[in-house]
Design a protein around this ligand. Structure first.
Ligand SMILES: [Zn+2]
Length: 318
């Protein structure tokens, strides 16, 4: 299967084996996020580049993961905020570009969860929840051995559960969302506010990033490891909001396993024991038994999961 991960500025493709292994990685192809035509062209080029080097390995289907609300039956992207898309028939357009191969489109958090469930940290587990902490905070649930979709294909958006009444403004219509505190963009925003309030305390962060404007979540994590007081405070605050969010998720979904993944967890692996401790201490007793673990796949999770979604769809139809 060919798995493709479509992000806000890049496309990554790989041929993926039926065991979830990467057979051939096609590398990164950047795009300028300049409307569906330009982005889909880049996506098709990325897929072709992956196939060109392997004439004997022709995929029977293609899976595309995208940060979007997706209608899985038709492969229509209903709404992709990062790309500025509404109602784009992505499966059809990609299929036309790749010689008529059948194409499945899947939300990226759902794809990453499928990868973790079939081949990764959640292999063999029938009730799990995956939380992904990157620029945004996404998630997806497997309950009773089924990957859940929701009424409008948006189930698992736990970045937008409220953790602070009337709190920080989120990128969604709400205030006080988990993402508005622990999303990468929010950690950067909180750090920059703290630097403005006390430039002396923020000196180490500014020195590392080059300027206050360039301070990111990863800058905060790196400078925290040098013993910087302001960075340590920001990380401790982030942990408290993350623990609140994870306790709510464990109570609501009752997973046997909570998988934490995404660039922020890679940058701050200490989040995993913090979340586990909070779940043990603060969840209702049945939910408190949930195990917590790192995601296995890292940044390849969405494309491995997209390929698996294509494989499942192909063999269901065959
Ligand atoms: Zn929100």
């Amino acid at each position: 299967m060919l798995g493709i991960d479509l992000g806000a500025t890049k496309v990554v493709s790989a041929l993926v084996g039926s065991d979830g292994s990467i057979v051939r990685h096609g590398g990164r192809h950047v795009h300028s996020n300049n409307g569906p035509d330009e982005v889909i062209q880049a996506l098709v080029r990325s897929g072709e580049a992956c196939l060109e080097g392997s004439p004997t390995l022709r995929p029977v289907a293609v899976g595309v993961a995208v940060a979007a609300q997706v209608e899985p039956r038709t492969g229509m992207v209903l709404h992709a905020p990062n790309l500025g898309w509404r109602d784009v028939p992505l499966a059809q357009r990609v299929s036309e570009g790749l010689g008529g191969l059948p194409v499945v489109v899947i939300n990226d958090a759902r794809a990453a969860t499928l990868a973790e469930w079939r081949f990764g940290a959640g292999k063999g587990v029938s009730d799990l929840f995956c939380m992904f902490l990157g620029t945004g905070v996404g998630g997806s649930a497997v309950v009773g051995g089924r990957l859940l979709e929701g009424g409008t294909h948006a189930l698992g958006e736990v970045g937008h559960i409220t953790v602070s009444v009337g709190g920080r403004k989120c990128h969604c219509p709400n205030r006080g969302c988990l993402e508005a505190y622990v999303g990468g963009w929010a950690i950067a925003e909180r750090a920059q506010e703290a630097i403005r309030a006390d430039p002396e305390a923020g000196a180490a962060l500014v020195a590392r990033a080059g300027s206050a404007r360039d301070v990111t979540a990863q800058t905060v994590f790196q400078v925290c490891r040098t013993g910087d007081v302001l960075s340590a405070r920001l990380v401790r605050e982030t942990e408290r909001f993350l623990a609140d969010g994870a306790v709510s998720v464990a109570n609501a979904f009752n997973p046997s396993l909570l998988v934490l993944g995404g660039g922020l967890v890679t940058g701050m692996p200490e989040f995993v024991p913090v979340v586990e401790t909070a779940i043990r201490a603060r969840c209702q007793p049945p939910a408190a038994m949930a195990r917590v673990s790192f995601a296995s796949f890292g940044e390849n999770a969405p494309l491995v999961g997209a390929a698996e979604a294509a494989r499942r769809s192909h063999w269901t139809k065959a």
